[in-house]
Ligand binder design. Structure first.
Ligand code: FAD
Length: 423
């Protein structure tokens, strides 16, 4: 969205694979390539980029690089910035520049995550991997968010490299396993929640359920309280999905080592079904969120990140701040040795529109203030755009002056995404 003028560019026809080599495992692709089309093209040649954002069917290579995107298998393959070796860019004055990241003296990093404010990315050279021949996924149950985070931290710090690590908080776990009768408990709050959230992701809730859910969401504080009681009563804990992939012997050995490590962290093995179910539906939920709008429910997501020591406080603070305005659920993904990302999902009523807008603005303001207060970063992989712009100065302080100087050099007339990223 352009609020300060600017130009709109559609790069989708800039979608050629200029170069691809299965010996050095590198390719050069143009920036308008749609994510899944690029991955299909590489798969036909026996390779993969290893980048699987939930938006893979609707986002482009250029957009990934411009926002430092993270895929669902980032624990093994890294984020997009780990895959980019070089980039071709057009600066604001039309100058074509090539940045080679393999040189010790390179400027590539300046442009990764610059969200179109410094240059238009037109092509990139990317590291590739041979297609994995084997994949193993498994579900585990952790008693609580803090137990689950501790288990993930230990897993990553032992040096293991699972491909997928996703921990859902108690409420999100309930929704993830909503169709699984074996994991459903009793009690009025539990039954109410299941009723509200049954068939989440399937788009098959009735009109009555939607109206009830929208009404409940308008009293978010109370609903979050009921939800907390319900999940405590159900005692289902938190669902953890762990997956490994690669050559069969390696994937199996890695899965076995992860399994042992998780059991020693008191995680309970739930078997392969939930892991396989997650894999089969791994792109489904995000795409269905916008459809909810037609039913009077607005959902949005916010991804932030922190070091492990800060994760519990970050989770608590954002939930408390956002919970006044919306129902809040979260999952923990993109795990590293030093910390991980938290992906919050908010649900709030979409009507009446003006009230919804106010509620939405308060939600973002309060949630981001909590992020900054707890010392976490405001964006892990969705970028800053407009929604998080006001908080750039809080996060980067003096660094903003450097960024402004870079903007003046790269885009002297201020044509590129004016007003974005707090500039
Ligand atoms: C359903 C859904 C699921 C999502 N899941 C994920 C996920 O799992 N992981 C994740 O990282 N993100 C996710 N996202 C967010 C988003 O898709 C990604 O951040 C993606 O990287 C953006 O790519 P895009 O092509 O859609 O860029 P756009 O949204 O079109 O643009 C994003 C920003 O980058 C700039 N930009 C785009 N292309 C270029 C270019 N060639 N040169 C310079 N600047 C450019 C734009 O101006 C804009 O500021 C999701 C989004 C949706 C809607």
């Amino acid at each position: 969205m352009s609020i300060h003028g600017g130009i709109a560019l559609d790069l989708k026809r800039l979608a050629r694979l200029r170069y691809c080599d299965d010996v050095e495992l590198l390719c050069t692709a143009e920036a308008g390539f749609l994510g899944q089309s690029l991955e299909d093209e590489l798969n036909r040649r026996g390779m993969t980029l290893g980048h699987f954002p939930s938006s893979i069917y609707c986002s482009t290579l250029g957009g990934w690089i411009a926002t430092r995107s993270a895929g669902q298998m980032s624990s093994l393959y890294g984020k997009i910035e780990d895959m980019v070796v070089a980039a071709e860019l057009v600066l604001g004055d039309g100058q074509l520049v090539r940045c080679d990241g393999s040189s010790a003296a390179n400027l590539l990093d300046l442009f990764l995550g610059s969200e179109g404010t410094l240059a238009v990315i037109t092509a990139a050279t990317l590291r590739l991997h041979r297609l994995p021949r084997h994949r193993i996924l498994r579900g585990y149950r952790c008693a609580s968010v803090s137990d689950g985070c501790a288990a993930i931290r230990r897993l990553m710090q032992t040096g293991l490299t699972p491909a997928v690590v996703r921990l859902y908080d108690e409420l999100d776990s309930l929704i993830q396993t909503a169709g699984d009768q074996r994991r459903q408990g009793t009690g009025l709050p539990g039954r109410l929640l299941r009723y509200l959230f049954s068939s989440t992701g399937e788009g098959s809730r009735s009109g009555r359920q939607h109206r009830l859910l929208a009404a409940a969401l308008s009293r978010a504080g109370m609903l979050n309280g009921v939800a907390r009681q319900a999940v405590a009563r159900l005692g289902n804990g938190c669902l953890l999905i762990v997956g490994t992939e690669g050559e069969p012997a390696l994937a199996r050995a890695m899965a076995e080592a992860c399994h042992e490590e998780l059991l020693s962290s008191n995680a309970i093995d739930l078997g392969p079904d939930l892991g396989d179910h997650w894999y089969q539906h791994r792109y489904a939920v995000s795409f269905k969120q916008s459809q909810l709008l037609t039913t009077g429910i607005l959902t949005d997501t916010m991804e932030v990140a922190a070091t492990w020591d800060n994760i519990p406080e970050l989770y608590r603070q954002v939930r408390a701040a956002a919970g006044k305005h919306a129902l809040v659920l979260a999952h923990f993904s993109h795990a590293y040795v030093e910390g991980c990302s938290i992906y919050f999902t908010f649900a709030l009523p979409a009507n009446p529109p003006r009230e919804a807008r106010e509620r939405y603005d308060h939600l973002w303001h309060d949630a981001l203030s909590a992020v900054v207060r707890s010392g976490a970063t405001i964006s892990h992989h969705h970028g800053v755009g407009l929604s998080k712009s006001a908080f750039m100065a809080d996060e980067h302080g003096e660094g903003m002056a450097l960024y402004r100087a870079a903007k003046r050099l790269c885009d002297p007339r201020g044509t590129l995404n004016p007003g974005k990223m707090g500039l």
